[in-house]
Design a binder for this molecule. Sequence first.
Ligand SMILES: Nc1ncnc2c1ncn2[C@@H]1O[C@H](COP(=O)(O)OP(=O)(O)OP(=O)(O)O)[C@@H](O)[C@H]1O
Length: 265
Amino acid sequence: MAQVDGLSVEGLVVRFGGLTAVDGQTLTAPRGRITGLIGPNGAGKTTTFNACTGMLRPTAGRVSLFGENVTSLPPQARALRGLGRTFQRMELFDTLTVRENVRMGKEGGMAGRNPLRHLRAPRGQAALVDRLADDALDMCGIGHLAHRRPSDLSTGQRRLVELARCIAGEFTIMLLDEPSSGLDGEETEEFGRILRSLVADRGVGILIVEHDMALVMSTCEYIHVLDFGKPIFEGTPPQVASSPLVRAAYLGSEASELELVEEGA
Ligand SMILES: Nc1ncnc2c1ncn2[C@@H]1O[C@H](COP(=O)(O)OP(=O)(O)OP(=O)(O)O)[C@@H](O)[C@H]1O
């Protein structure tokens, strides 16, 4: 495979005992593109993310970042090489303000394994972290919430705080796990707009796992489809929406969502 300007996964296999959760996944998520990873419940999407970030060691296959094999590197080392992520279940600290949560996107990476740095950042660094956090809050349109606590916010606002924290980390490749879960239609549209401007303005690459087909079809340039751990299809949104294989995989679960998207297209 030619060197990818971003994340590439080749022949990924992940087994949990007798269960093969991911079986031969190959995908690329380059800079400057929003790439989708979709599939019915239990298809292996989050497991693929965990193997990409280093949260689990794959049974077989290779994960590369900007051409470097990172398959055996821990999550922190991958983060330092530009790989960031958000989680399906939000991981915000309710004892901190929104701004403090967003600052951690950069602060955690800078402090690394030095416990003292986690307590107090050098002054120059603190100013940089403040600027990155404020830029990220503005980009997500939540600057006015900076001094609130995440527990006081709506789900939609909390999702934006999580995205802002990932943006503040200055990651070049961002993996977003079901970022629109719990958002209403209007909030989801706004979320898609922010993702598109992130890619256009900052040239980052995004790999997104998402059940909201309208968001996937309107933001992704290219989509990979998993079913029972196996890659069954890849292509542009119109190709995916009209694929009989994809329809069959979704039958009984989200088939209606695919149909709605195609009718609306
Ligand atoms: N730590 C684990 N131990 C055992 N089985 C697991 C583990 N993590 C995931 N699985 C199983 O692996 C399969 C894939 O799970 P995964 O969470 O990756 O799917 P998914 O596509 O992200 O699903 P969803 O859309 O519901 O979040 C499922 O059958 C799941 O039960």
